[in-house]
Design a binder for this molecule. Structure first.
Ligand SMILES: [Zn+2]
Ligand SMILES: [Zn+2]
Length: 208
């Protein structure tokens, strides 16, 4: 039994090193979130490419495509991701949340791409301070990673990130992706980190 609780990253959950004292996240998770955020923004970022994939003229700098009402790909996912309520509002919700901690500047609005870029810029700028001050960075990190993974999957023409079915000791089966940050078992509420999740026994195919 340990007397002193060990400080761990709330995402991965690696044990925090001495120079990471006081942080909610380890340095590696901070860097990954920063990379995921950066990947979403900018003229060559995932959001812009997702937009192009749905509607080649949607940024106003390409030829209008006539006679192609089928902007919505099967499943409707890309449009949901790029529309006003998609990635943009997910990011802006976090910006408003971080602003209550003095950790973000709320954007000035404008075109969707501009709003994405503004949100990403203020979140990246403040991430190094947020790792010490924002207790919900695990939820934030998961959402950002998922947004990146979904966008990449669509751009790369994949249907969905491949999932594997793993079985908790309590018997409940959960489906996780190979890049999972972990999950909470629906059966017994045990929390698994990335490594622990992928170390669980795979469920029988029939149960998957
Ligand atoms: Zn970590
Ligand atoms: Zn369980």
């Amino acid at each position: 039994m340990f007397d002193a609780p060990v400080a761990r990253c709330i995402i991965c959950p690696r044990q925090l090193l001495d120079h990471e004292t006081g942080r909610y996240l380890c340095t590696l998770c901070e860097q990954r979130i920063d990379r995921d955020l950066a990947a979403l923004a900018g003229p060559a970022g995932l959001y812009a490419r997702l937009c192009l994939r749905i509607q080649p003229g949607c940024r106003g700098d390409g030829p209008a495509v006539s006679g192609t009402p089928g902007r919505e790909l099967p499943g409707g996912e890309p449009l949901n991701l790029t529309a006003n309520g998609g990635i943009v509002s997910d990011l802006e919700t976090w910006v408003r949340d971080w602003a209550t901690y003095g950790l973000a500047t709320i954007g000035t609005g404008g075109r969707l791409q501009h709003r994405i870029d503004q949100a990403v810029a203020t979140l990246r700028l403040n991430l190094p301070r947020a790792v010490y001050r924002h207790p919900a960075l695990d939820d934030f990190g998961k959402e950002i990673t998922q947004a990146r993974a979904r966008a990449e999957a669509i751009i790369n023409g994949e249907q969905e990130p491949r999932r594997i079915a793993v079985q908790c000791g309590c018997g409940a089966v959960s489906k996780v992706t190979l890049d999972t940050d972990g999950f909470t078992c629906r059966g017994c509420r045990t929390e698994y980190g990335h490594t622990e999740a992928l170390s669980l026994p795979m469920a029988a195919r029939a149960a998957a």
